[in-house]
Each structure stands twice: as structure tokens, then as C-alpha cells.
Design a protein around this ligand. Sequence first.
Ligand SMILES: CC(C)=CCC/C(C)=C/COP(=O)(O)O
Length: 270
Amino acid sequence: MPSPRVTRAANANSTNPNNRFEFMSLLTNRTSSSEPVPTRHRLSDSPVHRKDSFNSSSPAFQQQLPEEDCMKLNPSFLEIALKSLLAIDLWLTKKLGVCAREGSSWGSARPLMKLVEISGHGIPWIGGTIYCFYKSDSNAGREVILNLLFALFLDLLLVAIVKGIVKRPRPMQNRMDMFATFSVDKYSFPSGHATRAAMVARFMLKHLVLAVPVRILVVLWAIVVSLSRVVLGRHNVTDVVFGFIMGHMQFTLVEHLWLSPNALPSLFKV
Ligand SMILES: CC(C)=CCC/C(C)=C/COP(=O)(O)O
């Protein structure tokens, strides 16, 4: 049994024979007719189906446009993916910056988040590591602490280089009230706190003998320090994600460049 839609179409054709002609006239190339065919009605002229010499992928087309124009007309998958990622990044950053100001939705938690920020700052880490170095009474301990100090300085250098190259401004919602910053710290990418937190956490898990609850605390601390960057409105989400990955890479680099007591014998006890 035919469906109502088929029946209606059949009836329409039987009652008005011109319908069929009009429909067909859109499909056929009316070369015999005196009326010119509008260009957009010809399937063969669409950018996808056109097979003549001016096809966008044809050498003739490529020759007529400079290379940069071709790229604008034909944005690559990578370009579209990056632009979409950037849009999501900005949207998410704005949404998650809940402690960016005192008046923000979680503004009352801002002082606590600033304490978390200080726990991942370079100054307490470098100062504390130098103190531990001089307090350590074993050469094995001094070797580990010396390498942590080296890792912390390497981190400052690499982050400053990347920030200076990328020059990404901090999010609009950021208030530049951070304790002890360098000039490159006006830039956002990558987050120095995230690189340091990831690197130090991995370093401690590898080189310190810690009880399981403390190991869990170290991991949680690294995650909370990184998240606090976005929550405080200091960074975009991608700055922190990249910083966290960069911190892991820095840890691997430090393992490769490991300083042995032979490199700096004067710093070790005989
Ligand atoms: C002054 C010293 C020794 C370090 C600066 C530490 C600092 C302020 C880094 C910036 O971190 P974010 O990029 O996460 O904001």
C-alpha cells in the first residue's frame, strides 16, 4: 500500500502535468532553450563538483592566487581545531575564575587560594631547598637537594623563555596582585606554578622516601596548585594544562642532566 506522501505526489503530477516539467527543468541543462541557465543551478558549477580548469584544487586555480589567499579560502583542519580550542579555552577560563575577585561567586575563598598560590611560588621553594641543603648531613641527601635546586632554577629559566616568546596576556579577569614576580610574569603561557608543581611533585615521588598518605598529598597539592591558577583568574586553562605537561618534561630533563657530586665536589663533605 503506498504511503500518503507518495499518493499525494502522484496526485499532484496527475492533476498538474506542468509540475513534472518544472521539476525536470531544474535538473536538465536547457541547452536547447533560448533562456540562459542561471549559473548557480548547474550542479557541475558548484565548487565541489566543478571539473573545469578553474577548480580550486586545479593547478590553474592555484597559479592565479597567491599562496596566502589559498590558505585563507581553505582553512586547514588544524587552523579550525586551534580556533575552536581557543574559544573553548576562553569560555572555560571565564567560567572557572570563581575566585578572580572578592566579589566573584566564590570570592570568599580567594585568601585561601592565595595561600595555595604561595605554596607553589618559586621563592619559598628555592629558599627552603637552600636551607635543607645546608642542614643536610649526608652526601646522598645533598646530591638530591642540589638537583632539586638545579631543577627549580631550570624551571624559572625555561618558563621565562617560553613566556617571552609566546607573550600571551593574562586573562582579563586577573588582578595583578601576585607576590614577587619577574617582568615576564605579566604573560600567561605557560603557568609557572603548574610547571613547578608538576616537576617538584614528580621529583619528590621519585627521590624521597615517603609514606603512601604523604605521596597522595604531594599529588593532590600539585593538582590543587595548578587548578588554583584558573580559579584565581590568573591563567587560561590551556596555560595550566601546558604548564603541567611542561613540568613533567622538565622533570625528565633534570633526570638526564643529573648533577653528580663529582661535578661540584666543593659542595659535598669529605
Ligand atoms: C621570583 C621568583 C623566584 C619566581 C617567580 C614565581 C612566579 C610569580 C611565577 C609566575 O607563576 P604563574 O605563571 O603561574 O603565574
